[in-house]
Design a protein around this ligand. Structure first.
Ligand SMILES: *Cc1c(COP(=O)(O)O)cnc(C)c1O
Length: 436
């Protein structure tokens, strides 16, 4: 059996050029570590700007990882058979974690480094509820209080995620909430706002102002992507053959980066060169239809300016069921790598994704979360192409979470009520016109 990794991998020093720096929202000067100190503990800031390729994983963190890691790499033979494909499909499954997704891989070290610095309380936002439950679990491991702003649409649709956060000891508010200036402002304009990750981030950042409180982000940032590389490091050991194609879904990019970065290490050093594909929702297509520009990470404009593929900081995506993929921006590091041509991206409408999810559940017996069904839809498409051409490609994907709490979404798909959302060019243009 594969060993639990001892180090996280930072891809930045291996890139031909470093990513553009975040800018201060007021002065527009490159951000220094001091600017981040009110939000994050020193160790995480150091990781955020690190140029070291490897960081040792603290033993206290490895002890918690051992509750569910190493995670299985599954050869999806029954899916291959159903598709009649000569392709070999491998799935790295993160659904066995305490909250059923990859998110605890970063929540645990984030809570650990905050606790070590004497922080008492963490605030955060959550879309579908996976990140909020992961941070709630992690805070419980290290004795921290946890306060979560949950996007209203999910708060109403996903009561069990809310329950899970409460069970792990967190306090949960529906966002937009009247508890923050940012939330109250949105509610004044639109009392029925379904919320968005951008709005919830504004609220959680605002609530992190007290001295004993810090903020935690579940995706997008460099240190988060680095923590997730435990996924790819294990897969690299487990796979035993070189993948031709690696596919992942992208919301802010962390599970994709976590799987892919260790495989790109060889490619960047001039070795084996896998084809890599990011899959995003057609209703929130930051790579494929967004602009590569400096934008805020949140709706209210509290965060630093990040150079990323963005749909505009006040773009509110349609309420698709893959709540974890409803973010207007994308990791700046991945955005930079996309510009460097290190991987491709495509967008999928949700019904095609659920079709792949149902096929996967019926063949392999695992119900995928709506987010990774985006990756599965692209895998199925490629495997069918291989069936037609006879190519025996090796395909690797991250099944980054299970869908046991997403049965309402599967019900809608199975009853034929689910629809795809068009995203007219005009709506995008309007949001992009408001870039800072
Ligand atoms: C949060 C989440 C995502 C999206 O976040 P990334 O940072 O892009 O990985 C995707 N899938 C699941 C199961 C999630 O919980």
């Amino acid at each position: 059996m594969v060993e639990l990794p001892r180090r996280w991998y930072n891809i930045v020093p291996d890139l031909p050029a470093p990513p553009p720096p975040p800018l201060h929202p007021g002065t527009r000067a490159p951000l220094g570590p001091d600017d981040l100190a009110p939000l994050f503990p020193a160790d995480l800031i150091a990781q955020e700007v690190s140029t070291e390729p490897f960081t040792d994983i603290p033993e206290e963190v490895r002890e918690v990882y051992r509750l569910w890691r190493p995670t299985p790499l599954i050869r999806a033979r029954r899916l291959e058979k159903a598709l009649g494909t000569p392709a070999r499909i491998y799935v790295k499954y993160e659904g066995g974690s305490p909250v059923g997704s990859h998110k605890p891989n970063t929540a645990v070290p984030q809570a650990y480094y905050n606790a070590r610095q004497g922080v008492r309380r963490l605030t955060t936002e959550t879309g579908a509820g996976q990140w909020g439950s992961a941070l709630a679990f992690a805070c419980a491991q290290f004795g921290l209080d946890c306060e979560v702003w949950m996007v209203r649409a999910s708060y109403d649709q996903k009561p069990y995620r809310r329950s899970m956060m409460g069970l792990f000891g967190a306090t949960v508010h529906a966002s937009p909430s009247p508890r923050t200036t940012a939330g109250a402002k949105v509610l004044a304009d639109d009392p029925d706002s379904p919320g968005s990750l951008g709005i919830a981030i504004s609220e959680a950042v605002e609530a992190a102002a007290p001295d004993d409180t810090r903020y935690a982000l579940g995706s997008v940032l460099n240190h988060v992507l680095m923590h997730q590389t435990v996924i790819g490091e294990e897969a690299l050991e487990q796979l035993g053959e070189a993948p031709d194609l690696i596919v992942g879904c992208t919301g802010g990019g962390s599970n994709f980066a976590g799987l892919v970065f260790p495989f790109l290490r060889g490619k960047l050093a001039g070795g084996h060169s896998p084809d890599v594909l990011a899959v995003e929702p057609a209703a929130c297509p930051s790579f494929t239809r967004g602009r590569y520009a400096y934008d805020y990470g949140d709706t209210a404009g509290f965060t630093p300016l990040l150079k990323m593929h963005t749909l505009g900081h006040d773009f509110v995506p349609d309420p698709i069921h893959a709540g974890g993929l409803r973010y207007h921006g994308m990791s700046p590091l991945l955005s930079h790598m996309y510009e460097l041509g290190l991987f491709r991206a495509t967008a999928k409408p949700q019904r095609e994704c659920f079709e792949a999810g149902v096929l996967f559940a019926r063949t392999e017996g695992i119900v995928p979360a709506p987010e990774p069904t985006h990756a599965l839809a692209a895998v199925v498409e490629e495997a069918r192409r291989c069936a037609a051409t006879g190519e025996a490609k090796v395909i690797l994907t991250a099944l980054c979470g299970h869908g046991h709490l997403d049965m309402a979404a599967y019900d809608r798909y199975l009853s034929g009520e689910m629809r795809d959302h068009d995203l007219p060019e005009g709506r995008l243009d309007a949001a992009l016109a408001r870039l800072p």
